[in-house]
Design a protein around this ligand. Structure first.
Ligand code: ATP
Ligand code: MG
Length: 290
């Protein structure tokens, strides 16, 4: 049975996306995995409580994928186990006028949580080396020519890597998921979105236009993952054809990073503990006087 580390990319060697499975092995029991996921979600809740109480480290989970790979439902599942007061979700769509008028990391920096909290990015600044690369969108951006010359995307990889290390050095951990859905499964899900009335709203003709660029996207993902995977900010290339398996692996990765953070409930200083005892006695005396 495969484990999380089979899907982790940490920058020590170059990967080929083709070598990563899009579905679990037949030997993997769905019932067992669902049970383990539930256990993991409960553990995550306990970790998040400590993370929040300690307020020392922030955690950002980035989800990237082709359309219909299951980003939304995976995020919904991760959230199920967490306290909404300690986590925010942000979706990164086509940049607004104001966003496009800034440097590409600007809109993401604004979404970084305070330390002690978590954030989930549904798409992210990685779009600026994915869709922007596939369609060469930087060519039409309102920027000086020097910003469009040479290898724009390579420069952005470096910016991202430096940015993620900067965040790490400031008390943040960033982990990145690529939900690796197969082209066949995407077709199945698109057809379902077209055929089922209640799913129609999820489909847009532009999804089909992007599908036509599948191979270019795979190349862009592979290059981006290889250029930006590090020990501190790893990528996880997760099989996404079966949602129950993706959810399990995401919960494993989140638990793994929580274990690295090892958050602890803050211990009170001596004088604060004494104050607590005094308050306790006050409360007890109140009970007695009733
Ligand atoms: P869903 O389709 O499940 O609702 P989604 O994340 O695909 O979710 P959409 O509104 O369909 O949301 O698409 C957002 C689009 O915005 C994607 O096609 C994405 O590539 C694009 N996008 C995100 N960031 C940028 C960017 N910096 N430049 C250009 N396009 C971007
Ligand atoms: Mg979409």
């Amino acid at each position: 049975m495969s484990s999380l580390k089979d899907f982790a990319v940490k920058g020590d060697k170059k990967i080929k996306l083709k070598q990563f499975a899009t579905a679990p092995d037949d030997s993997i029991s769905k019932e067992k995995i669902i049970r383990k996921t539930q256990e993991n979600l409960e553990k995550m809740e306990r970790f998040q409580d400590r993370l929040y109480s300690e307020g020392k480290e922030g955690l950002v989970l980035i989800f990237q994928a082709m359309d219909a790979a299951g980003k939304d439902s995976t995020i919904k599942n991760v959230m199920r186990g967490l306290n909404p007061q300690g986590i925010d979700v942000y979706s990164f769509k086509q940049p607004s006028g104001e966003e496009a008028a800034h440097s590409f990391l600007w809109r993401a920096i604004k979404c970084f949580p305070t330390r002690g909290k978590m954030a989930i990015f549904n798409r992210s600044y990685y779009e600026d080396v994915l869709v922007v690369k596939v369609h060469k969108l930087y060519e039409t951006a309102k920027m000086p020519n020097r910003c469009k010359q040479g290898n724009v995307i390579e420069r952005r990889y470096t910016d991202i890597k430096n940015f993620e290390e900067y965040e790490y050095n400031n008390g943040y951990r960033i982990i990145k998921f690529f939900l690796n859905v197969s082209k066949d499964e995407q077709k199945k899900r698109f057809l379902e979105r077209i055929d089922l009335k209640i799913k129609n709203w999820k489909f847009s003709s532009s999804d089909l236009k992007e599908r036509a660029h599948w191979d270019e996207y795979m190349k862009a993902y592979e290059a981006a993952i290889n250029a930006t995977a590090t020990k501190h900010s790893p990528w996880y290339v997760l099989p996404a054809d079966k949602k129950w398996y993706t959810r399990y692996l995401v919960s494993e990765a989140v638990l793994d990073v929580f274990k690295k953070i090892a958050p602890q409930y803050p211990e009170l200083e001596e004088d604060a503990q004494q104050r607590l005892q005094a308050d306790r006695e006050c409360l007890i005396a109140e009970d007695n006087s009733r």
